[in-house]
Design a protein around this ligand. Structure first.
Ligand code: ATR
Length: 276
């Protein structure tokens, strides 16, 4: 017998500050789905994955630090997630756990809305799982990626695999690109107020995207705007990846605009409190 309530969960460690529960709850209510979305601080990943089957949890969002390790716990992963090497979404189909990656779809949604990706050059800052999602998104749409990373060896490895140029962070001033995408966590607490891109360099990129969404306007985006570039906030990616998760779990379109409003209101209220 199925649960009367559809149960969804977030697996991460820590999960206390995540806005996914707020966003998914609001969306489920708006969609008229009797469901719960529970943040779970995972200590034992294999046991937690068994729990998905054991408790009939319909869908799970996976976040730091499990996006790569979770792959070994699943029955199937799709080709996109396999190439990216990271899963952020699990769907439980009658005990069969399927993994996908909606981060790259979130990045694609934001970029598509802002510009015509085909033929454009993208400087991707970072070389972790989020950078691989950004690389995949750019290549899937016919864009040209360029990797910029603090640790040059990591950049080189990624560049070899994805066949694209790369450089160290110290050379960012020489990079020519239409759009810069920060995939690192610099700009988010405890490194809020910091940016990896010097203020006199950021204006070289007509579009600047940050995957960080707390704060809503990172120092990178503030300086980009001041320099005349178009800032693309991480909130758009967060909402789009979550909406795609809901679509995969429920088979229905999620209310993206409403989800965005709910998360934006919470973030804006938090920032007002900090300033008060
Ligand atoms: P994720 O999977 O979320 O992308 P990750 O695998 O930890 O996270 O990757 C984080 C990326 O941010 C890395 O490329 C890291 O650079 P290094 O490869 O040199 O470690 C980058 N990063 C994190 N903090 C940074 C900092 N303070 N300065 C420069 N780069 C940083």
């Amino acid at each position: 017998m199925a649960n009367d309530l559809q149960i969804f969960a977030l697996f991460g460690n820590p999960v206390g500050h995540s806005l996914s529960p707020l966003m998914h709850h609001a969306a489920l209510a708006r969609m008229g789905i009797a469901g719960m979305y529970v943040p779970l601080c995972v200590r034992d990943l294999p046991a937690a994955a068994m729990g998905i089957r054991g408790m009939g949890i319909r869908g799970v969002s996976v976040t730091v630090p499990f996006k790569e390790a979770v792959i070994d716990q699943l029955d199937e992963i799709d080709d996109d997630a396999g190439r990216i090497g990271a899963v952020n979404t699990i769907t439980n189909d009658d005990g069969v756990l399927r993994g996908t990656n909606t981060d790259w779809l979130g990045i694609t949604a934001v970029l598509r809305e802002a510009l015509d990706i085909r033929g454009k050059r993208f400087a991707i800052l970072g070389a972790g799982g989020t950078a691989r999602a950004a690389l995949f998104a750019v290549l899937a749409e016919g864009g040209k990626p360029f990797i910029v990373n603090r640790t040059i060896e990591r950049a080189r490895r990624l560049a070899d695999t994805w066949r694209c140029p790369f450089c160290g962070l110290e050379d960012i001033g020489r990079v020519q690109a239409d759009c810069l995408i920060n995939t690192t966590s610099v700009g988010m607490a405890p490194r809020d107020g910091e940016s990896l891109v010097p203020a006199d360099v950021v204006g070289r990129f007509p579009w600047v995207m940050d995957v960080v969404y707390t704060p809503l306007k990172t120092r990178l985006l503030q300086e980009a705007e001041l320099a005349g570039s178009v800032p693309l906030s991480g909130l758009g990616m967060f909402v789009a990846q979550g909406a795609e998760q809901l679509r995969q779990w429920t088979g229905r379109e999620a209310p993206r605009e409403y989800m965005r409003e709910v998360v934006h209101a919470r973030l804006a209220a938090g920032e007002a409190q900090i300033r008060a």
